[in-house]
Design a binder for this molecule. Structure first.
Ligand code: SF4
Length: 345
């Protein structure tokens, strides 16, 4: 069966087709499994906006660095945020300048940290998409139960469906979407139904093995050929129609939708999750602000995130921009398209 799929995809000779894989894990897997070598060059696979660190505004990084340099304050973050540039500096640079920044491997480690050092005000950098938000809700639950008043969240939380809607609206030449597997576990396959109907594009949810991705590409191509534009869940072992309702309810308890600022794109309506007003005591001034953007000169991350170009089309790719000297945010994170292309091409 898989041989037949590869054979058909390899020999496709129709009009050029552009398929966006939304999440970085799919981008990595496409490289690791040599998927491009198994399909026709007329089927172009492009990356999308599925790296939360890449789309976090520089104003957010600026606030974190300010907190780190404030007396009796300490910023808690995951490692991939350390090298993202704000308008002035990165968290790594802030730390070198005397700022207090600590890398955590799990949000819940923040609780132990705050319990042990009550005199320090901790600011947790809560960045992510739907996949990680339930863990932040759990963290808030812990903070409340333990009555910790020295641990707050500064959020930059985004939801992927409004971003896909923005892309469908503005980037008309994308023919189909490989929907993100992990996010879909939370949202369920129903989240893409309206987009598929409104924009007449296939949305196919796939797992992360090479065969899963090939089968999903085949499904997208079949739908395009037959002029069908549907949501198809090909990752049924993890994704249901309704999604993880328990996690969704947990998110709803603490967070509400708001307009979100995506670095390189701007404001996307309803694309952020912010802490509800009643939990303001745990919020470290994390309201999404409209920011004048802020991509470094010459950096093409906007075009990369919106699927207009591949990272290798950026003149700075591998010349002056690399993971040790990242010019733009897409090169910093392991989930960023430029970083993945650098490691694998
Ligand atoms: Fe930006 Fe570097 Fe990617 Fe070019 S290669 S788009 S400069 S991150």
């Amino acid at each position: 069966m898989i041989d037949q799929v590869i054979d058909e995809l390899k020999n496709y000779d129709g009009r050029p087709v552009k398929i966006m894989e939304v999440c970085g894990t799919h981008t990595s897997s496409i490289f690791k499994n040599g998927i491009r070598s198994m399909i026709s060059p007329k089927i172009q696979l492009i990356s999308g906006p599925g790296c939360p660190v890449c789309v976090t505004p520089s104003a957010y990084i600026d606030k974190l660095t300010e907190y780190s340099l404030k007396e009796n304050h300490c910023v808690l973050t995951f490692g991939d945020m350390m090298k993202v540039k704000g308008s002035k500096m990165t968290l790594t640079e802030a730390k070198a300048a005397g700022g207090k920044v600590k890398i955590l491997y799990s949000p819940l480690m923040a609780v132990a940290e705050a319990e042990q050092n009550r005199e320090i005000q901790y600011i947790f950098a809560a960045v992510g998409f739907e996949t990680t938000v339930p863990v932040y809700a759990l963290l808030l639950e812990e903070i409340r139960q333990k009555k910790l008043n020295n641990l707050k969240l500064m959020t930059s939380l985004k939801t992927i469906v409004p971003a896909l809607s923005f892309i469908c609206e503005n980037e008309k030449n994308i023919d189909g979407f490989l929907s993100p597997g992990h996010v879909s576990v939370i949202t369920g396959s129903k989240a893409y139904r309206e987009l598929a109907d409104r924009y007449r594009k296939p949305f196919v949810i796939a797992g992360f093995e090479g065969e899963h991705i090939l089968a999903a590409i085949y499904e997208i191509m079949t739908q395009i050929k037959k002029q069908r534009f549907e949501v198809k869940n090909m990752y049924a072992s993890a994704v249901t129609e309704e999604g993880n309702q328990k996690a969704a309810a947990f998110i709803k308890e603490y967070f509400e939708a708001a307009d979100g600022f995506w670095r390189g794109i701007g404001i996307i309506e309803g694309s952020a999750l912010r802490l509800k007003e009643e939990y303001g005591a745990y919020d470290a001034e994390s309201a999404e602000e409209e920011t004048k953007e802020d991509m470094p000169i010459g950096c093409k991350c906007t075009d990369v995130i919106l699927g207009r170009i591949n990272p290798s089309d950026c003149p700075l790719f591998k010349t002056v921009c690399n993971p040790l000297h990242a010019v733009g945010p897409c090169m910093v994170s392991p989930e960023g398209s430029c970083g993945i292309w650098y490691q694998n091409s």
